[in-house]
Design a protein around this ligand. Structure first.
Ligand SMILES: Nc1ncnc2c1ncn2[C@@H]1O[C@H](COP(=O)(O)OP(=O)(O)OP(=O)(O)O)[C@@H](O)[C@H]1O
Length: 211
């Protein structure tokens, strides 16, 4: 179980998050919703270790931890809003880069990447470069990359915002299929229909943080 307690964050003296508590139950999908500017991405960046909270704690299975630890141990995988793919690398290399940097052999990383590519209907794109892919394909590569380290929690930032509306249902199907496999997922979204399709629990960001 991932737990955040008393998270505070200000930018230039303006408080965005105030004493925010959040619990992500194992095997469930939590949607974090709220209007633009309320601090959803800031919260995700704090969980992912890309931003530092001014105060508050993060625990994993009851033990206090740090976002860096969660990511370096491969507990947490993040799917970024604009996919964050490395343009200079093939799809397969995008997926194997983190595992090989973490010490896996290239052969093992390739094997896992090929399994993921197959399960996400991307086998034919393995050698392609990101710029040649459609939005939906880029999204699935970003998901494959986040899954490559076998995370226990998958975090998505606005997974439908860069997609054609018709592709939203595909992403919802994927999220729901990962749930069936036992994955814990956190989805940041302003798309309430998408939240309804995937979420066990919807957490509405409090707007009280802003001065
Ligand atoms: N690095 C930063 N420096 C200064 N202000 C920032 C920084 N990052 C975010 N903010 C401010 O914090 C507030 C919350 O931003 P955030 O991106 O977290 O909101 P959001 O809820 O994700 O919005 P959206 O749905 O539009 O993406 C905004 O007012 C934003 O301008």
């Amino acid at each position: 179980m991932l737990e955040l307690k008393g998270i505070n964050k200000s930018f230039a003296g303006r408080q965005i998050l105030r004493d925010l508590d959040l619990t992500v139950a194992d095997g469930k999908t939590l949607a974090i919703v709220g209007p633009s500017g309320v601090g959803k991405t800031t919260l995700l960046r704090i969980i992912a270790g890309l931003e530092t909270a001014d105060a508050g704690t993060i625990s994993w299975n009851g033990q206090q931890t740090t976002p860096d630890d969660l990511r370096s141990k491969g507990i947490l995988g993040v799917v970024f809003q604009n996919f964050g793919l490395f343009p200079q690398y093939s799809v397969r290399r995008n997926i194997t880069l983190a595992p090989t940097l973490a010490g896996q052999s290239q052969a093992d990383a390739n094997k896992r990447a090929d399994q993921l590519l197959s399960s996400l209907a991307l086998t034919d794109e393995a050698e392609a470069y990101p710029y040649t892919l459609s939005g939906g394909q880029k999204q699935r590569v970003a998901i494959a990359r986040a899954l490559a380290l076998n995370p226990q929690v998958l975090l998505y930032d606005e997974p439908t915002s860069a997609l054609d509306p018709a592709l939203r249902d595909n992403v919802a199907e994927l999220v729901n299929s990962f749930k069936k496999q036992g994955m814990t997922q956190v989805v940041i979204t302003h798309d309430m229909d998408f939240a309804d399709q995937v979420a066990d629990t919807v957490f509405t960001m409090p707007t009280g943080g802003k001065d």
